[in-house]
Design a binder for this molecule. Structure first.
Ligand code: ATP
Ligand code: MG
Length: 255
């Protein structure tokens, strides 16, 4: 699985500098969680790593090889998108045997047999808690949380080398989210894919991550283990980010 090196990455949209000389090393097989305020550039960073957009400066390397010019299909990357369609195919059901469907699509494209696809769907849906009664439905007839699970399931149909998850659990209620988080962690350990996981939720970052990157505008302000970020915030931005979160939680549960 690739080690991902980001070297002084720059991305502009028009005159707005969205990624600003961002550098980091994401280790082979690491679960790397990026957390930061709305609009700081998290999704843009994932799109750069996936190859959906090109940087205006700097380099992206997989195992030391520059991939800036490599198209998304050749990077071994799977991305689960944030937002309402999650790159699900709206006209296809979640799953049907011997036919095109959202879950069978990635495997069928690569010529796998219907039997092999059925076995894989069985495993992935059990894992992600996608119940059979959802199989005939199209994405438009699923709740946001159900859509997100199907999107994560679809990304896992072919084990990826690099998995990019953009707030994949944002629409689940907290207890469902805690369960799904455990599944993500377990899946990550099984797949061994280098994973970049984006969230707004600092608690989620601390519970999931090998390392956390706290992102400010367009760059990582601090990268470290959850313990390091909590115990030794690098500067006022990180300290205030952690403290405001802690206080909000404390206030919510105080009488
Ligand atoms: N295609 C685009 N064209 C112009 N501006 C864009 C484009 N995509 C993103 N931006 C701008 O870049 C900035 C960063 O956006 P991005 O989606 O990466 O933020 P984010 O950290 O993922 O935010 P959120 O937490 O709300 O998802 C924002 O100001 C956004 O408006
Ligand atoms: Mg985003």
């Amino acid at each position: 699985m690739p080690r991902i090196s980001l070297r002084r990455l720059v991305k502009r949209f028009g005159r707005q500098l969205v990624i600003s000389e961002l550098s980091a090393e994401i280790e082979d097989g690491e679960l790397f969680v990026v957390v930061g305020p709305t609009g700081c550039g998290k999704t843009t960073l994932l799109r750069l790593v996936a190859g959906l957009i090109k940087p205006d400066g700097g380099e992206i390397l997989f195992n030391g090889e520059r991939v800036n010019e490599l198209p998304p299909s050749e990077r071994g990357v799977r991305m689960v998108f944030q937002g309402h369609d999650y790159a699900l195919l709206p006209h296809l059901p979640v799953y049907r045997a011997r036919g095109w469907s959202n879950l069978s699509f990635p495997l069928r494209l690569r010529g796998r047999t219907w039997e092999a696809i059925r076995d894989r769907v069985g495993k992935v849906t059990a894992r992600m808690g996608i119940r059979r009664e959802l199989f005939p439905r199209r994405p438009g007839a699923l709740s946001e949380g159900q859509k997100q699970r199907v999107a994560v399931g679809k990304a896992l149909m072919l084990p990826p080398k690099v998995l990019l998850l953009d707030e994949p659990l944002a629409h689940l209620d907290p207890p469902a989210r805690a369960k799904a988080r455990e599944e993500v962690r377990r899946l990550h350990e099984e797949l061994g894919a280098t994973t970049v996981y984006v969230t707004h939720d600092l608690a989620e970052a601390f519970l999931l991550a090998d390392r956390v990157a706290v992102m400010g505008e367009g760059r990582f302000v601090q990268v470290g283990t959850p313990r390091e970020i909590k115990g030794r915030p690098a500067n006022a931005f990180v300290r205030e980010f952690v403290e405001s979160y802690r206080q909000a939680l404390r206030r919510a549960f105080s009488s």
